[in-house]
Design a protein around this ligand. Sequence first.
Ligand code: TEU
Ligand code: CA
Length: 564
Amino acid sequence: MMNKTWWKECVVYQIYPRSFADSNGDGIGDLRGITAKLDYLKRLGVDVIWLSPVYRSPNDDNGYDISDYQDIMTEFGTLADMDALIAGMHARGLKLMMDLVVNHTSDEHPWFRQARASRDNPYHDYFIWREPRDGREPNNWEAAFSGSAWEWNEATGEYFLHMFSKKQPDLNWENPRVRREVFDMMHWWFQRGVDGFRMDVINMISKPADLPDAPIIRPGFLQPGFGLVTNGPRLLEYLAEMKRDVLSRYDCITVGEAPLVTVRQGAEITNEETGSLNMLFEFERMDLDSVGGHMNGKWAYKPLDLRDLKTTLSRWQTALHGNGWNSNYLSNHDQPRSVSRFGDDGADRVVSAKMLGTFNHLLQGTPYVYQGEEIGMTNVPFESIDECRDIESLNIYREFVEHQGLTPEQALAPIRVKGRDNARTPMQWSAASQAGFTTGTPWIRVNPNYTAINVEQAVADPDSVFNYYRKLIRLRRENPVFVYGSYHLIVPEHAEIYAFTRTLDAERLLVVLNFSKNSPTFTAPAELSYSGAELLIANYPVETGDVRRFALRPFEARVYRLKV
Ligand code: TEU
Ligand code: CA
């Protein structure tokens, strides 16, 4: 029998602090701004808040480059503001999940400042250094934000590794002192009241000893090196050590961000008896609308084939059932807005946002809602690269224009579709100036559709995406089958309908979702036996009728409780 635990039954809401709520008019979201919105989150019904990094940082990668793990970024506030936020959350029964970014630090962190000074410095071995190879970079790895993954350090006559920006040097987890530092820092935050951690690229912390060249998949010197640093030789050992030394001491929630993780590794890491983390963010679902193996990776867009999504998610759903635990998400601060990507952000914005919410809350696993998703916020019609702020987009734009000869418009097109800034524009609180996010000038432009899409309008409208999410979250809280029911895909071959059942003892749910603008007919498979069906939630009014066969409207969603 599957263990029942709070972190399986909860709903997590992700806050991107820079864009959530600004309390002092400097155009940058902050901790006091979040504290002022806790009643809104309580009203939505979520249980856990995942806070993207709020630590001291020079913001080369918006906080994912940390210079002090035990202090707060100046723009965001102070440790006292942090304590007030934690107290405000706990007073409302909300839990806090911090972002743990320990694959790398900022190059302005004292550890790295010391390390790069001399090879004899006691902190030198906190990072990954290599001699030049034939006077050049030690291998052909490309970093995630373009350019080599190696940076020259004159003072010691070596290169240091950075899988992300050159201001994000990778930590050397082989060094037990590094692991000790990280574990002590986690204890420090747990003792300050936090309830768990989302762990940034945690499956990249163990590098292959010889750091070999990456396979050549495109012309030129640099090749994607991610595949060589994910799921490394000592990863499970380090995670087990973290569980033994830290996580097992607290009633906490953990989720590991794990690019390129496989289902087998996912089951191993999240196995409740022998694993180390509660759940993972897998990326397979996020790679289905880009041309596989293309030299431009995610920027090479191709329309999603729903059958690919069904195949991928069904593998994770069935493989982890009773053996691990899934996380479910359709967007975050690194991905474009879900309604624009998987739904329709035009005439069918509201129904498709509700359908996607139904999908994300009815799959087995803990659902993650990204700020603004609960009101159906959309991608942004960026007019020029000057409106963008994200290092990943700015670097790839330069790559497209300077090295691939694209025109500015051609280079901007894939950024409009897949760029991370789509998720990072200010939260739209009202139709007032700057969407009620700030009384100043926001650090990044507000999406012009804020006059129509905002919290004030959504809360007041009983038929809004927001109130539909409230009902979904309440249903999930009141019905264990939503959480623990086993997943079974039906009509697998259908190109527009994603339908499945969830079964727990004698209780069964039938979930039918139309992922298209068209009106396909759903026909229940013969083997699906049931005597009666009670409609629990739908994003259109539904006449009672034959549940075994019915036509679906664009992006229609229905959830029935079946009497078996
Ligand atoms: O993201 C890791 C990661 O895989 C992303 O870079 C992803 O590949 C890409 O953005 C999708 O295109 C984590 C954080 O979530 C991200 O914000 C940071 O930039 C990155 O790590 C480095 O810390
Ligand atoms: Ca501010």
